[in-house]
Design a protein around this ligand. Sequence first.
Ligand code: CO8
Length: 259
Amino acid sequence: MEYNYLKINNIDNICTVAISAPKSLNALNSSVLAELNAFLESLDTNATRVLIITGDGEKSFVAGADISEMSNLNEKEGFDFGKRGADVFRKIEVLPIPVIAAVNGFALGGGCELAMACDIRIASSNAKFGQPEVGLGIIPGFSGTCRLARIVGMGIAKEMIYTGKAIRAEEALRIGLVNAVYPQEELMDQAMAMAKKIAANAPIAVRYAKVCINWEYDLPAGKAIAFENTMFGKCFATNDQKEGMDAFLNKRQAEFKNE
Ligand code: CO8
């Protein structure tokens, strides 16, 4: 499929998608969201081991949902627009493979929310994060009120959302919103290095780990531990478990086949 707002690059089994709407600092309008949705639907998550999401250019990851498109929405349309974005972001969150956000500039509003739907966030030193929605008369609507508190804790999330202030990359690192900060020119290499490290591991085990971490978060401890126990058992039904352990015991590199 041809995309107007996405630049896609596949290297080996790692896919990078860059949001590209240069006139609006990569803001998310309905067309960008529709393309992102179509891309996620079509992504072969058996052939692809890791997805990296970034923004095109050097200034912005995603500067938010498109304010010009939202400005005249009524309540029903606002609900629909929010749901469209939230559904796409949920698709990213539960994608069977890990997703890394390489945040290369502004990650405001829907941009911060997009990064938070990813499994791991790394940022360039010029990145800025924030949820400025209340200054526009709305609240974060692509699941930011849900995910921000889970990532950085209730107190900091409330401060960020109530004040709408933007924070720099170093502050995002300090509060745990991102895992690492790099100079802009190193960001994509670092994202790729992390993706390769993940891709070298047993793919089914990585998938099971993602499912466990995601689902167990919402379960009471007893049920979460039982769920992990079940998934742990399932690992022993894979050939990759035999291969991984045989390789270790025979001091050789494992060759995982995703089976
Ligand atoms: N939407 C639409 N256009 C945008 C957006 C945006 N979010 N961000 C920037 N642009 C446009 C600007 O209007 C400008 O267009 P033009 O050249 O035609 O005037 C162009 O991008 C360049 O922007 P600036 O000239 O403003 O560039 P600066 O470097 O001076 O400033 C900023 C960069 C600080 C990022 C600034 O553009 C800004 O503050 N942007 C808005 C950031 C923002 O408020 N984002 C949150 C939006 S709300 C949101 O995301 C809600 C998500 C949930 C939605 C729920 C649906 C109901």
